[in-house]
Design a protein around this ligand. Sequence first.
Ligand code: HQG
Length: 182
Amino acid sequence: MKPYLMQLSKTMAYALRHQPAQFGLTLDEEGWVLVDDLVAALRRHRHDWQGVGPEDFAQVIAQSDKKRYEMRDGKIRAYYGHSTPQKVAQEVSAPPVILFHGTTPRAARIIHVEGLKPMRRQYVHLSADLETARQVALRRTPRPIILRVSALEAYQEGIKFYLGNDSVWLSEPVPPRFITEG
Ligand code: HQG
């Protein structure tokens, strides 16, 4: 991906996941903003982004290694990752039997005691497959620890799970009894 699009994708994450107000944006209940409003916000944000437009968002979406943003009907949103105080409503869904969570050795030790918490985000983030979990952990450590979450069992005991995209699931906090290592 060209550096221009990578920079754009990162700024889109700030605007759509973390600091919409700083961009003069308000996410609706499902995290959507109008594409035109995001365009205007980004043009205000950087003077060399005067030419930014919806086709650039489409390129970010098409060329990205991950499915981070969804654009349709003149609106755009992030699938996951939000940290705004107002919780973005996600679609409750029955998860697969096992989901994965990639993390650091240090965090893993705490998670075995306290369970998985959303930390700075609105939801716990889980991976549909081992390789995705490994990549998530590699952002933070050269020694990934992969935790297995008995997701369906947890769901059946009342913990809500939400479909983020094809490879990312979201959930409420997960107690340690549903978590094993390796
Ligand atoms: C850890 C990226 C201590 C957790 C990724 C993680 C993902 C605890 C960190 C998405 C804990 C939070 C989310 C507890 C959890 N005590 N540490 N009780 N419970 N943790 O970034 O899952 O590239 O908020 O293990 O690929 O790493 O941005 O979550 O290490 O899909 O699109 O606290 O963000 O996607 O870190 O990553 P994060 P995450 P993007």
